[in-house]
Design a protein around this ligand. Structure first.
Ligand SMILES: Cc1cc2nc3c(=O)[nH]c(=O)nc-3n(C[C@H](O)[C@H](O)[C@H](O)COP(=O)(O)O)c2cc1C
Ligand code: SF4
Ligand code: SF4
Length: 262
């Protein structure tokens, strides 16, 4: 079983490719299944099915996205789910710090079994909400996307063989500081949906509202209105055909990106 969360499609593309190699079914964390504890309906394992759960999600500030953590903590799970091996595959623009340690802590809280390894896949950057952070140039994004299939194939074969891998995590510099110090700060102070707004370019087409994985956007009289339950996945920002979604002034002059594999 592969369970993924994705804002702009990178993690979805990786999850789908993994599924092609492993033959496991794919489930998406979205809507009420991620927001309302107790409503997630994951199917039971069929007899003979490989007892593994592969979690695929983006890296947020060198840690596990809170929306994924919330889902993992609240999802009802039967005995087979709990006794399965749980793998982590994160997609990140640059590096993932010690996100795998955070993932294992969540597993521990549920009493679930960590698998032999965790993995990261470098994908085009999507974070645009701070000074100095923007999407990658076309050439860099193209290069990362071209490298991805090889990496995913290698990860799939390691998962299939239940191999221990130590070289398939891109931690970057000062990983402990990034995950243990910067992540909690980011989560507390930099994840508010309040600065979201629409610009004069908005045509009120409603695409942002229809696309939000948490159903957090309602269409008002002249444009979208953001609610409080936001994963900061940036799908609404990147998917707008008019580039009319802004986050305060932080996104002024910034680019857009959606994974072309979806
Ligand atoms: C809120 C947020 C925080 C992010 N933080 C990081 C980070 O710490 N390190 C990194 O390499 N990329 C970071 N990124 C980039 C994404 O992890 C990366 O582009 C990922 O592949 C996006 O996956 P998705 O398309 O499935 O949403 C961040 C993106 C967002 C939206
Ligand atoms: S997708 Fe863009 S143009 Fe359409 S309603 Fe949302 S902000 Fe407006
Ligand atoms: S409001 Fe935008 S950033 Fe927040 S969860 Fe919805 S699509 Fe993602």
């Amino acid at each position: 079983m592969i369970i993924f969360f994705s804002g702009t499609g990178n993690s979805r593309a990786v999850a789908r490719r993994l599924s092609r190699f492993l033959g496991d079914d794919v489930y998406e964390i979205c809507g009420s299944r991620a927001t309302a504890p107790g409503t997630a309906a994951l199917p039971a394992f069929e007899g003979g099915e490989a007892r593994r759960v592969v979690w695929v999600f983006p890296t947020y500030s060198w840690g596990v996205p809170p929306v994924v953590e919330r889902f993992m903590i609240n999802v009802p799970a039967d005995e087979a789910f709990a006794s399965a091996e749980h793998w982590m595959v994160t997609t990140c623009g640059d590096d993932m710090g010690r996100e795998d340690g955070m993932f294992r802590n969540i597993l521990r809280r549920r009493g679930w079994r960590p698998a032999a390894a965790s993995f990261s896949v470098i994908m085009p950057n999507t974070y645009t909400l701070m000074k100095g952070f923007d999407v990658d140039s076309r050439a860099v994004a193209k290069h990362k996307l071209a490298e991805m299939p090889k990496t995913v194939e290698k990860i799939a074969s390691m998962i299939y063989g239940r191999e221990r891998a130590t070289d398939m995590l891109v931690r970057g510099g000062f990983p402990w500081v990034k995950t243990r110090i910067v992540y909690p700060w980011f989560r507390r102070y930099e994840m508010s949906p309040k600065p979201f707004r629409y610009t004069a370019a908005c045509t009120a087409c409603g695409k942002c509202a229809r696309s939000c994985p948490l159903d957090n956007i309602k269409m008002g009289a002249s444009g979208p209105e953001w609610g409080a339950d936001c994963a900061l996945c940036l799908r609404c920002y990147h998917i707008c055909p008019q580039h009319a979604v802004a986050y305060g002034s932080a996104t002024d002059g910034k680019g857009q990106y959606l994974c072309p594999e979806n």
